[in-house]
Ligand binder design. Sequence first.
Ligand code: CAO
Length: 568
Amino acid sequence: MATELKVTVPDIGDYQDVPVIEVLVKVGDTVEKDAALVTLESDKATLDVPAPEAGVVKSISIKAGDKVSMGAAVLVLETGGDAAAAPAAEEPKAESKPESAPKAEKPAKAEAPAAEAPAAEKKPAPAKAAKSSGAAVAVTVPDIGDYQDVPIIEVLVKDGDTVEKDQTLMVLESDKATLDVPAPSAGVVGGFKLKVGDKVSKGTTVCTLAAAGDEPAEAEPEAEPEAEAAPVEAKTEKAPAKDDAAPKTKPASSEPAAAVASSSDVIPYASPSIRKFARELGVDLAKVSGSGQKGRITQEDVQSHVKKVLAAPPAAAGAAAGSGIPPIPAVDFSQFGEIETKPLARIRKISAAHLHRSWLNIPHVTQTDEADITELEAFRKEASDESAKGGGPKLTLLPFVMKAVAKAMDAYPEFRASLSPDGESLIHKNYTHIGFAADTPNGLMVPVVREVDKKGLVQLAIETGELAKKARDGKLSGADMKGGVFSISSLGGIGGSHFTPIVNAPEVGILGVSKAVMKPVWDGAAFQPRLMVPLSLSYDHRVIDGAYAARFIVSLVKLLGDMRRLAL
Ligand code: CAO
């Protein structure tokens, strides 16, 4: 039989006239047991009033902006069960209460009224554990209603920090409430032994506060006098007006402040249900901007944050989005001098995201060596001059390196393979399409030359020249950049010795070619001047073993050192 159940504000400790900031249900809504119905929030605490039973909302007695205290009527629920099963919601003093709802057993407490100043303020006396002659007080967790063993979710100070009166020392969060524990007076923190995850109740010792200039004391539970961290109403009445729109920020510490605040410096301003929701999705609320009253984070804010992160390319989303790697804190460079911000070109953004993905996903190893291209270079110059005379293309080193790579792959075919997406198998490719990195005004592009193994050096020179031009003119098609099995990054025309190219996933290898230079090479009897080209082979170590890679690069060195081998 349907029963009407009046839901009232449960015992919320010394909190009186707490504003309703959100009514989360409307008449006609079906709610589950424990679903948050309304969110209350003072300047120090946020609490959800949960549904004591599953049911349908029949009427609502409060609206956002109302101020409520324990026992205030919230709404009427029509439940399917026996009304006697959930009397706690009807009457705060009832004995039978839903387990997960805040208990409503006790009337509002009188022994520690909010307006009472903390003991430390009224009659400061040296704390027993104080190491100095100055006054030090032990700070304890204030009356937080019927909440016991509430976990600490954030600790905002450490020993030695100088805190202002009312500054938040730590934040507690049960499954229904989030509460700041504020400093009852200004002072220097000492003996702060609690940590995130510890569970506290009313009276738990937090730390000591010594007068500035005194050495902080070790906190001891029996230290006298004890100063309960000021309850919320005391703060509401006594605290100086604060910027309502601003989210709560971490307190200043006695150490020099970091030059720039990172997102982790902001305490998320959200109700317990939103915190829980965010936790379930793995969302760091410090990165979500709140659109609710006073900048509070709403469920929609969390949802749109998740959508934004999922839609963003990995580079923009930051490594932390997918890999758990902490993001690099933002720096306001303008504080050091004049700056100008220019948006990245589209190509650069795409290649940045791709490189980032590859760098994060592939365990890279880079193997280096040098190839003696003295003879090759003599031949290249001669052939290039002949080609130029006949109106043909200029022959650079790149086609030779491509040809050598294609040949080496015949002996080491795993350099043409890709790891299957599930990582369970190796996909061998029986074609030899090789990409080469082209430096363009818009950023890095990697056009692909098809069937390198089947083409001659002049043909490869023509195709690389055409593709490089298309890349620089921004005319490469998607198809021009697809299908590669391996990439070459040639920086030899620019300079430098070795470098560590990033594998172009899902390929498993990339060869970096640096500038060839004349070097004295010992031939067993004397040093000979030889033109040596540095090679840097990066590979995916999940697929390629070090020995296999070393054999591959040695094979390349031999092929480039003696081009006759290309014809074998
Ligand atoms: N050692 C010495 N000289 C070299 C050389 C090497 N390894 N590689 C090329 N050169 C010479 C060429 O022979 C040419 O000399 P001449 O003008 O005297 O004939 C000159 O350097 C310029 O060559 P090039 O770079 O224009 O031509 P290429 O075919 O070697 O390279 C291309 C074409 C598209 C690969 C190149 O222009 C380019 O864009 N390179 C940059 C690649 C890049 O950005 N890589 C980094 C990617 S991130 O890892």
